[in-house]
Write a protein that binds this ligand. Structure first.
Ligand SMILES: Nc1ncnc2c1ncn2[C@@H]1O[C@H](COP(=O)(O)OP(=O)(O)O)[C@@H](O)[C@H]1O
Ligand SMILES: [Mg+2]
Length: 299
């Protein structure tokens, strides 16, 4: 399976260019779209889901010309938006039966099987008779997945599904995605680096409507091998350090000192020791390099 996006641009009426001549190719597996707020994640996903039209560009899914054959494409698409509406006071089981009927699955036996499978895959079988309106955030997100699984989609797009979930719910949700991501393309967006780290077979960093990098999480991290350096400083030294070095991030340790991570092709100085790169290092350096480029272009 393959989704190909070519030269995609989308400008909103207020002049914001949310997607800027974007190119992207995605194969079977879990794809993580990582980017900060305002990067263009939701715009890209709504555009792929054919809910809004781009200014220009092309999207192809296998043999389907997505932008010109929306009806055909929607049959194989499952899309879970970032914000979705309020649920009526109905049980998950009844609601899924209702949605399945709307999708034209009229045979009762067939519908039972499909609904049951969706409930099982999303770990909601035990709570299937409870009202969805009373579900926790994580359960609601999993119900959203159950709903889109009803028509057995080949391409699944999920927009920031882990935002607002507590760590346990987040973990459970990501496991559900992992379950369904093996034979399909699953694209999910997030601003949380850890979401993509273990789960994704492929990922991209998006900002300013552009893809800044695309690779496996492992390769992304390996690209910074031997270039990340660490030191521990007093809190009041941070401004000086930031002036002198290419600081990626800093965090307090248990002694209330600051652990500082610095980028450098070579050792930045005697106080630093080499450390293993993390995906977070990749994310921060990619975003800050992009910011430097954008600023220099603006001058
Ligand atoms: N309907 C809209 N009208 C005008 N501007 C929008 C609209 N939706 C999003 N934007 C702008 O487009 C940019 C990308 O937004 P969005 O796609 O929502 O990013 P993300 O999902 O990564 O946070 C932002 O600058 C946002 O303010
Ligand atoms: Mg969004």
């Amino acid at each position: 399976m393959r989704l190909t996006i070519e030269n995609l641009t989308k400008t909103y009426k207020n002049g914001v260019k949310a997607i800027d001549n974007l190119n992207l190719e995605i194969g079977t597996g879990m794809f993580g779209l990582l980017g900060p707020n305002g990067a263009g994640k939701s715009t890209l996903m709504r555009t792929i889901a054919t809910l809004q039209s781009p200014d220009s560009g092309a999207i192809n899914f296998n043999d389907i010309d997505v932008l010109n054959d929306k009806i055909e494409f929607r049959k194989v698409l499952g899309y879970l938006p970032q914000e979705f509406g309020v649920y009526p006071k109905m049980s998950a089981n009844d609601l899924l039966h209702y949605f399945a009927s709307l999708k034209g699955i009229t045979d009762k036996k067939e519908r039972n099987e499909i609904v049951e499978k969706a409930l099982e895959l999303t770990n909601l079988y035990e709570v299937r008779n409870k009202n969805v309106a009373g579900y926790s955030g994580g359960m609601k997100q999993r119900f959203g997945i159950a709903q889109l699984l009803l028509n057995n989609p080949e391409l699944i797009i999920v927009d920031e599904p882990t935002a607002g979930l507590d760590p346990a719910e987040r973990h459970r949700f990501l496991n559900v995605l992992r379950e369904i991501g093996t034979n399909n393309i699953v694209i999910f967006s997030t601003h949380i680096v850890d979401d993509v780290k273990e789960l994704c077979t492929d990922m991209a960093i998006l900002n300013g409507g552009k893809i800044l990098a695309q690779d496996t999480p492992k390769q992304m991290t390996a690209s910074l091998s031997d270039k990340i350096w660490q030191t521990t400083i007093e809190r009041d030294q941070i401004e000086q350090i930031q002036k002198e070095y290419n600081v990626i991030s800093s965090s307090y340790n248990e002694d209330n000192m600051l652990n500082v991570r610095v980028y450098g092709e070579e050792s930045p100085g005697a106080i630093f020791t080499k450390t293993l790169p993390t995906l977070e290092d990749v994310y921060f350096t990619t975003l800050s390099n992009d910011k430097l480029i954008t600023e220099s272009e603006a001058v």
